[in-house]
Every structure is written in C-alpha cells, then in structure tokens.
Design a protein around this ligand. Structure first.
Ligand code: PBG
Length: 329
C-alpha cells in the first residue's frame, strides 16, 4: 500500500467531478435586489458611490423589478429618497411617497411575479439623518416606535409583501406586528434586521441615500460588531416579538454571526452584503486587482455557506448573469 491512501485531490480533477461534490449552491431564488426610489426626479440618476445602480423613478423601478423577475430574482427591497426631510421623517409614511407609489406600481404591473419588501427606517427621511425621533441629541426609542408603526401601515397599505424594519429600536418588531395584525395585515411577514452592526461598510449607501447622520453616529442603537452573544439575544428578542425572518448585516465581515444565528433560529436567515462590501469588490476589480465575477461568486457562496437562505446584494443581477454562463469551474 503506497502512502497516502486518502487523496482528497481525486475529487477535484475535473469540473464535472467538482460540481458533483460541491456542498453549497447559490440560486437566483436566494437573491434579493435593493432598489432606491426617489421623489422629485424625472429620469433615473446613476449613483456615483454604487456603480451600476440608480436613483429610480417609479417607472424605472418597475422596469428594474421586471428585469429582476425575468432573471428569476424573487424579491426587491425598496429604499426611498423623499423630496423633503424634516425632524420626524414624516415623508416616510406618506401614502404618495416614492416607496409607497413604487410598491403599488410594481405590484400592479407584476402581481405575484415578484415580491416587494420595503425597508422601514427613518434615516433617509429625517433632516438630521438619524434612524428615529430625537430627544435632545439622542434617539428616543419609544417615540420612534410610534412613527415606525405608521410607516409599516403605509407600506402594507401600498401592497408590500414583506416589511423589513432596519432601525434597531428595541421592540420594533413587536409594535409593527401588532399594528399590522390590528389592521388586516396579519398575513404580511416581517423580515427583521435583527443583528445590524454599527459598521463602516455602510458608507456608499449613506452617500446614495443622503442619510449620513448630521452629528454623532449610530452606535447608541446599532450593535457593536464585536458582540456575538448580544447578536443572538437580539435575534431571540425579534423571534419572540414575531419576526418571520431574521437578518444579519453586514454579511461578509460577520460570517460567524450568520452561522451562529442559522444554528439557533428556527426561521429563515437573511444576510445583507452591504454597499461597502460591494464597493470593495467593484473598486478592486476596476483597478484590475481582482476578478469581479469570481469575487462576486466567492463572496456570495461564502454567505450562503455560513447559513443564509437569502442574500440581499447589489450584485444580484450580476450573480444571475454569472450563474447563466457555461460552467468552467
Ligand atoms: C439604515 C440602513 C442602512 C443601510 C440600509 N438601511 C445603514 C445605515 O446607514 O446605518 C445600509 C445598506 C448598505 O450599506 O448597503 N436604515
């Protein structure tokens, strides 16, 4: 018997063989495409910090959703940019706000052909850029919950298939569940941004959404990225409050958190590959330092391997294009 008897390389010899033993897959049905819808523009405006993405009009958001559906992407996640901001972020619950109008228009055009999830937060709508209503320099948790309830209702009334609260206020899932249940939206699921870290990787998004805090930072409500036990506690609280799906955000720097959440949660887990993760891949590829397609797939498969069922990513359309190419790996 010659040494070694066990040779793992036997299963790596050809693309077909590698394909048969691949443990983790990525399919279009795992992907969620974020879309920005703006009030007060006549045509789509490219977002400098997110190459390939635009501030959409309602009409161009419908076209994007249509393309996503055609590619087999099951869900879009809508963010809104209002024409006017104020201290309370009151445009967030306007029945004719960009998100509400886009939700109606997409559901009208595509019906069950695509799911519309709506991000629920105030930071794009407040003139100070914080995710809630201020009391002095601090975000007042419980006053903010009342505002979130109004936003949830306006989004559900517009036809949102999934409500995704992202503000990291304590009790937000419970309050939203209660208001939805009390107003004939008992069947509308909540995708909770449960473990959302105070992260440097949101930079390009804040440029895109004009939501950089005017003072201070978000560390008094978003989580400290150093904490895993606390992330699990946040997830458990959201489950107790009725979350139908839970999210970890960002994704790539927090693969261990995704894995631990997938282990303990009895609901589907989502992970958000955020704007800064997209930026790193895009910028390095522009410089010729990495292969964009290969890095796209490697990053997304890693997030799936960690345990995410759904991946929210600015690379969703690219990923489907890559998946549709003849395999050489
Ligand atoms: C806040 C919100 C953020 C993102 C989406 N919604 C983060 C923040 O500004 O704190 C970030 C998404 C991204 O970076 O892609 N409601």
């Amino acid at each position: 018997m010659s040494f070694p008897v066990i040779r793992p390389r036997r299963l790596r010899r050809t693309p077909l063989l590698r394909g048969t033993v691949r443990e983790t897959t990525l399919a279009p049905s795992n992907l969620v495409l974020p879309l920005f819808v703006a009030d007060g523009i006549d045509s789509p405006v490219p977002i400098g910090s997110l190459p390939g993405h635009c501030h959409h009009t309602v009409e161009s958001a419908v076209l994007e959703a249509e393309e996503a559906a055609r590619l087999g992407i099951p869900m879009v996640l809508l963010f809104g940019l209002p024409a006017a901001k104020d201290a309370e972020g009151s445009s967030a619950w306007a029945a004719d706000g960009a998100v509400q109008r886009a939700t109606r228009a997409i559901k009208e055009r595509l019906g069950d052909g695509i799911l519309v999830a709506t991000d629920l937060c105030l930071c794009e709508y407040t003139d100070h850029g914080h995710c809630g209503i201020l009391h002095g320099q601090a975000v007042d948790n419980d006053a903010t919950l009342d505002a979130y309830a109004r936003v949830a209702l306006s989004q559900a009334e517009a036809g949102a298939d999934v409500i995704a609260p992202s503000g990291m206020m304590d009790g937000q899932v419970g309050v939203i569940r209660q208001v939805l249940d009390g107003d004939r939206f008992g069947d509308t699921p909540i995708l909770a941004y449960s473990a959302k870290m105070a992260s440097a990787f949101y930079g390009p998004f804040r440029d895109a959404a004009g939501s950089t805090p005017a003072f201070g930072d978000r560390r008094a409500y978003q989580m400290d990225g150093a904490n895993l036990t606390e992330a699990l506690r946040e997830v458990q609280l959201d489950l107790d409050e009725g979350a139908d799906m839970v999210m970890v955000k960002p994704a790539g720097p927090y693969l261990d958190v995704i894995a631990a959440v997938a282990d303990m949660a009895d609901v589907p887990v989502a992970a958000y590959q955020v704007s800064g993760e997209f930026a790193m891949i895009t910028a390095a590829a522009e410089r010729g330092w990495i292969d964009r397609d290969a890095a796209t797939m490697e990053s997304l498969v890693s997030i799936r391997r960690a345990g995410a069922r759904l991946v929210i990513t600015y690379l969703a359309k690219d990923a489907v294009r890559i998946l549709n190419q003849p395999r050489s790996s």
